[in-house]
Design a binder for this molecule. Sequence first.
Ligand code: ATP
Ligand code: MG
Length: 264
Amino acid sequence: MIIHTQNPVIEVHDLTASYDRRPVLWNVDLTLPEGSLIGIIGPNGAGKSTLLKAIMGLIPVNSGYVHLFGKTIDEVRSKVSYVPQRESVDWDFPASALDVVLMGRYGKLGLFRRVRPSDREVALSCLQKVGMEAFANRQISQLSGGQQQRVFLARALAQDAQLYCLDEPFAGVDIATENTIMEILRTMRKEGKTVLVVHHDLQSAAEYFDWVILLNVRLVACGPVEQVLTPELLQETYGGKLTILAKAGELLQKEQYPVREKKK
Ligand SMILES: Nc1ncnc2c1ncn2[C@@H]1O[C@H](COP(=O)(O)OP(=O)(O)OP(=O)(O)O)[C@@H](O)[C@H]1O
Ligand SMILES: [Mg+2]
């Protein structure tokens, strides 16, 4: 089940990528609609992070290409923001939370590439949005995992991009933080931005996303959430290994999960 979009914000065309000659993404072909919240779902090692890295042009690909806004990533990099999976970041670098958020402004600095008071204000307001303003001067290495995650989201917000690629923004954050982040993402969608999120929880996925990518090296499905989060397609993605799947499948079958209304 692969549903294509007219005028896609992201076009991944016949993409194959490998590490040490072992393909981890195989012939992935998809298009994604602008102004939507999109979930990437699949088991550990499915290639979700690799897909985001390929979209960001951070890894070489064997074949195929990615177009963002109809262009290559190098032509539109300042319009695209990426938050890597937390475990993949070395948090030991010497910078305060505010410094990290200010990095999001680098693409926007003026002629002399100096941080202006207005950049500082934007950075502080982004920290405030994620509830981290009290930690502005704290070293990033001295924050908890969930706090670091929020600072990285604030950095992405400070960049004021059109497309956001977030790799597991909800991993290791408490439910209140998850709700805050979701509210921020919904506001971004209202502003016409596109948000691509790697996510592990199938039940909230039905509620969070407009569009879903099911990935397991190959693309299993890509389309509107109601059509893609079916027991059969989930089974195909996970191979029926997880017990939670049976439960999620049951729930989906009984349609106990809330049917989303478009909040646009
Ligand atoms: N730098 C690397 N060198 C070699 N193999 C890698 C590298 N990065 C990832 N892989 C392998 O590529 C496959 C896909 O990895 P990827 O990180 O994209 O998975 P994922 O879907 O994000 O998984 P998770 O849910 O655990 O984050 C895995 O088998 C992984 O072991
Ligand atoms: Mg990953």
